[in-house]
Design a protein around this ligand. Structure first.
Ligand code: GCU
Length: 385
C-alpha cells in the first residue's frame, strides 16, 4: 500500500529535482511588471503568443480564400431518438489547394434551444468516434455527454495533418507551403489546432450550437493541441487538456526524471513542433517561455487539466504546478482558483474553481471518469456560477 502510494502519486522522487526558475509570466521582455488587464491584453499576451509561435508551435496562418460546409450524413433520431447526428465536411481553400475536415456532431434532442458542445481533437483511431454508435468508446463517450445535456463533436487529426514525420505536410500545410520553409513554421500540432478553429467557424453557422459555450478537448498529443488552440482562439470558452504532458500542461524546466524531455519529444516527433524548438533540446533554461505561460493565455477562461497516477512520462506534479503558476494571470482578472500549492490526492477532482484538475488513478488514457469531471466542470461554469 505504502509502496503503491509512493509509486502512484507521491512522486516522492521530487527531492531529486534540481532547482529551476520559471520565466515570469507577468514581466514583459523589456522588464516591465504587468499589473493591469490592459497591459496584459495589449502587451504581454501578444508578446507571449509570438514567443510560443516562434519557439514552439509555429505560426498560425489566419487567411484563406474560401470555406464551405457540406452536411454529408444526417440522422435526426440517432441514439434511440436522443440525439441528432450531423456529419459535416468543412472544406477550406487557398490558392487552388483545399483541405477537408470531417466533423462528426451529435446534438441532444432533449434540448429545445442551442446546446453547449465538447469538441474533441481525436488523435486515436476513428472507431473512437463512430457515428453509427456500433462501437462505443470511453475516449469519446457520446451517449454520456448527450445525457448530460451537451452536444459532442470530433474531428480526426489526420484530416488536418497526418501524425507522421514523413507525411504531416499532406493536409493543412498544402494550403500554406511557405510554412515549411521557415524555422518558425507551423507543423502537425499547429495544423490540428488550426483545424479546431475551422470547426469553430462552422459552429458559428449552426443554430443547434450555443456558440458562446464551445469547449475544446484533447488527450495527450491532442491535449497539447487543445491548449494551443485555446490559447490562440479566444472563441473557445473552455479548454480540457487530458494527460498532455511535455509541451502540453507539464512544466518543461522541472525535468522530472521519468518524464519526457524536450529532446525526447523533438527526436521521436520532429513533425509536431517548429524547427526552432530543437535549439532547446539540451538547453531548456534558454527557452523564453514555459508551459504555465501557455495556460495563462487561456485566462480568464476556465481551463481543466488532468493527469493519471501511473503516467509519470507526462509528469503529473509538473502538470499541476503549471496551472497553479498560471493563477497570477487569472488573479489579474479577479478570478480566484483556490488551488493549493500541492497537488490534490488521486481521484480528488478540483471542480469549483476557474482552474480545474484531477489526477486519476491509473494509466495514460482518457476515460469516462475524466469525461464525468469535464461535464461537472462545464456545468459549474456554464450553469451554476
Ligand atoms: C508519446 C509522446 C507524448 C504524447 C503521447 C500520446 O508518449 O511521447 O508526448 O503525449 O505519446 O499522445 O499519447
Amino acid at each position: 500500500m505504502l509502496f503503491l502510494m509512493i509509486k502512484g502519486y507521491g512522486q516522492n522522487e521530487d527531492a531529486k529535482i534540481s532547482p529551476y526558475t520559471l520565466p515570469e509570466v507577468l514581466k514583459t521582455l523589456d522588464g516591465k511588471t504587468v499589473n493591469k488587464i490592459s497591459d496584459w491584453e495589449k502587451k504581454r499576451r501578444p508578446e507571449l503568443l509570438t514567443l510560443f509561435e516562434n519557439n514552439i508551435y509555429g505560426q498560425m496562418p489566419k487567411s484563406y480564400d474560401h470555406i464551405s460546409y457540406k452536411v454529408v450524413n444526417e440522422a435526426a433520431n440517432a441514439m434511440d431518438g436522443k440525439a441528432h447526428l450531423k456529419e459535416v465536411d468543412i472544406m477550406v481553400e487557398r490558392a487552388d489547394k483545399s483541405v477537408t475536415i470531417h466533423l462528426i456532431l451529435f446534438t441532444p434532442n432533449a434540448s429545445k434551444k442551442s446546446s453547449p458542445v465538447f469538441l474533441l481533437i481525436n488523435n486515436r483511431g476513428k472507431e473512437n468516434t463512430d457515428p453509427t454508435r456500433k462501437v462505443k468508446s470511453e475516449f469519446w463517450p457520446a451517449e454520456m455527454v448527450i445525457e448530460g445535456g451537451y452536444a459532442i463533436a470530433a474531428f480526426h487529426v489526420s484530416d488536418a495533418a497526418p501524425d507522421n514525420k514523413e507525411t504531416y505536410q499532406n493536409g493543412v500545410l498544402q494550403l500554406y507551403p511557405e510554412q515549411l520553409t521557415v524555422d518558425n513554421g507551423m507543423k502537425a500540432i499547429g495544423a490540428w489546432a488550426w483545424a479546431a478553429s475551422r470547426v469553430m467557424d462552422y459552429f458559428k453557422t449552426d443554430a443547434a450550437i450555443d456558440f458562446g459555450k464551445v469547449s475544446i478537448v484533447g488527450h495527450s498529443r491532442g491535449g497539447k493541441a487543445a491548449l494551443w488552440a485555446g490559447a490562440q482562439d479566444q472563441r473557445f470558452a473552455m479548454v480540457f487538456s487530458n494527460c498532455s504532458g511535455n509541451t502540453g500542461a507539464a512544466l518543461a524546466r522541472r525535468q522530472y526524471k521519468p518524464a519526457e524531455t524536450i529532446k525526447a519529444i523533438n527526436t521521436t516527433f520532429p513533425h509536431w513542433f517548429n524547427n526552432n524548438y530543437k535549439q532547446f533540446n539540451d538547453n531548456v533554461n534558454a527557452l523564453p517561455v514555459d508551459q504555465h505561460m501557455l495556460i495563462s493565455l487561456i485566462a480568464p477562461r476556465p481551463v481543466y487539466t488532468t493527469s493519471a497516477t501511473e503516467d509519470l512520462w507526462a509528469d503529473p506534479v509538473g502538470s499541476y504546478l503549471s496551472i497553479s503558476e498560471a493563477q497570477k494571470v487569472y488573479t489579474l482578472y479577479g478570478k480566484k482558483s483556490g488551488l493549493s500549492p500541492d497537488p490534490p490526492p488521486a481521484n480528488t477532482p478540483i471542480i469549483r474553481s476557474i482552474s480545474g484538475y484531477h489526477n486519476r488513478e491509473g494509466i495514460h488514457n482518457m476515460t469516462a471518469y475524466d469525461w464525468g469531471n469535464f461535464i461537472r466542470f462545464a456545468d459549474f461554469h456554464y450553469f451554476h456560477h
